[in-house]
Design a protein around this ligand. Structure first.
Ligand SMILES: [Ca+2]
Length: 404
């Protein structure tokens, strides 16, 4: 079954025109209160490029809450469905038979089968990686498993990382995967959940500041789950050695600029205060001691917006976009977008192109609107941009420039 529903995407074109006319100021129909923590000098400069017209091509429909995707060397696309299925798209068609051998997942709330990553040397070793929520409402954790993919089946599946401590409830599992240039693997782990959820008698979110907990962290492991000996806390007693950075609430967008090695992440705030961060090993990103977000009930989580020793976000989105999916574009199909970030938003129903200038500074945000919540955005091996929408009838959508 092949469903191609090309349609012109007028809102993106209109946004482009509007943005050009006002000189590239930050503008988003859904996020007019967005703030940038960067120096503001560059925000009024002209955008680095005109906005190409974008066509949305629906490649696949009928995916049930798809969450993550990655490409095999032959161009096939692996797609996770949060209820616990791993699907494969071959030559633009969804194989009706899910891949066999996926572990049992805790598919409640935000939990389930989450991200998928193909090993950089898949052609030699056949490894793929999955993240998923595992356990019960009373005790659960994010796990990372490795398996080989052979003839539509996962074989020799092995859990190579388990988050500790366990938590309760169905919130904040993370868990994006991202390969670094050195062949190690990053994974994002959520803080354990919102109040009134507690761990060891205090709010679960406080785990994000504890170095003996993997909750609220980015972690870095080798491709077999062992700990790289140059991780920032390997020599610090009582710190968990896989920690790469900490003070995160729930990172759902994780990307690397392959040219520079720079790691970027987007994380959910509570009410407002979603963040874009540049990740540096060993650093503290503040949550919940420093935040621009408020409790869902409206009260302050903290009155601190910035503190010495903690890294400030480069963009704060209030109201929340609910960021999910992030990629650094380096393809040849949207040449004017090279080096820019593409950030998905669930609540915003957008992919926001974050325009970076040659110095790596943010000079504009340009939303592309979708009809459904955006769960993931990635560049395909063909240089086009692919989007997964979060819906009972979720879609895989390809963005293509309209060549005039
Ligand atoms: Ca922060």
């Amino acid at each position: 079954m092949r469903l191609i529903n090309p349609k012109l995407f007028y809102p993106a074109i209109l946004n482009g025109i509007i943005l050009l006319s006002v000189g590239g100021c930050f503008s988003s129909s859904n996020s007019s209160n967005n703030t940038s923590i960067q120096p503001t000098t560059d925000q009024t400069s002209q955008p680095s490029s005109a906005q190409p017209e974008v066509e949305q091509v629906t490649v696949i429909e009928g995916l049930e809450h798809p969450w993550g995707m990655d490409w095999l060397p032959n161009g096939d696309i692996l797609v996770t469905e949060r209820p616990g299925r791993l699907r494969i798209v071959k030559n633009g068609e969804l194989d009706p038979q899910p891949i066999q051998g996926v572990p049992e997942v805790f598919a409640v709330g935000q939990g389930g089968l989450l991200d998928v990553a193909v090993h950089p040397n898949f052609s030699e070793n056949g490894y793929i990686y999955l993240t998923y929520a595992s356990g019960t409402r009373g005790s659960n954790q994010t796990k990372i498993a490795r398996a080989t993919l052979k003839e539509n089946r996962l074989q020799d599946l092995e859990v190579i990382f388990e988050v500790s401590p366990t938590k309760t409830g169905g919130q904040h599992f993370g868990s994006r995967l991202q390969w670094l240039n050195d062949g190690t693997l990053l994974a994002s782990i959520g803080d354990g959940g919102n109040p009134p959820l507690k761990i060891d008698g205090e709010l679960s979110r406080k785990q994000a500041q504890k170095l003996d907990s993997y909750l609220g962290k980015l972690i870095r492991i080798n491709d077999d789950g062992s700990i790289p000996n140059d991780n920032p806390f390997v020599n610090q007693e009582e710190a968990n050695p896989a920690i790469w950075s900490y003070g995160h609430r729930n990172i759902q967008g994780l990307a690397i600029d392959k040219q520079t090695g720079q790691i970027w992440s987007t994380e959910h705030g509570s009410r407002g205060g979603d963040e874009l961060n540049k990740i540096v090993a060993g650093e503290n990103y503040g949550w919940p001691v420093v935040t621009h977000s408020k409790e869902y009930t409206g009260g302050e989580i903290s009155d601190q917006r910035s503190l010495p020793g903690m890294i400030d976000p480069l963009v704060v989105w209030t109201p929340a976009i609910a960021p999910s999916g992030l990629t650094v574009y380096d393809g040849d199909k949207f040449t004017q977008w090279k080096g820019d970030l593409l950030a998905g938003g669930l609540v915003a129903r957008e992919v926001i192109r974050i325009d970076l200038n040659d110095a790596g500074e943010i000079v504009g945000q340009y939303p592309i609107k979708f009809e459904q919540r955006v769960r993931d955005v990635k560049q395909g091996r063909d240089g086009f941009i692919y989007v997964l929408t979060d819906d009972k009838n979720g879609q895989l959508i390809r963005l293509e420039p309209i060549i005039n």
